[in-house]
Design a protein around this ligand. Structure first.
Ligand SMILES: [Zn+2]
Length: 116
């Protein structure tokens, strides 16, 4: 079974290679959904949502929220961010999928399965 936890954070970036307005410094309200999978334990849960939240806040949200993403990423596209998020969490959670929305209508979906 799979469970998901959703987060919202704000961050700024600029995309230096972009030929249009994304080259300028601007911000996004990102939405992140992390989905993990596992067997039900003896209490009938995959894992405690509170524990899931703590791991994601400590390893991802605290490092990205209200940050200038170009200080962290050479090229802070949502695609590169989602790979970084996966790598931050992959040894701590049984990840199934990560979705990162850069805007209410644009999201990246990653399952770690492809090599980049
Ligand atoms: Zn942007």
């Amino acid at each position: 079974m799979k469970i998901s936890k959703e987060f919202v954070f704000d961050a700024a970036h600029k995309l230096l290679w972009h030929k249009g307005k994304c080259q300028n410094l601007h911000g996004h309200t990102y939405k992140l959904i992390v989905t993990v999978e596992g067997q039900l334990n003896e209490n009938g849960i995959v894992m405690d949502f509170g524990d899931l939240k703590k791991i994601i806040v400590n390893n991802v949200i605290s490092k990205l929220d209200h940050k200038y993403l170009n200080d962290i990423f050479e090229n802070p596209t949502a695609e590169n961010m989602v790979i970084w998020i996966w790598n931050q969490l992959k040894h701590k959670l049984n990840l199934y999928e990560i979705r990162l929305w850069e805007s209410p209508t644009s999201c990246v979906v990653y399952n770690g399965g492809e090599k980049y």
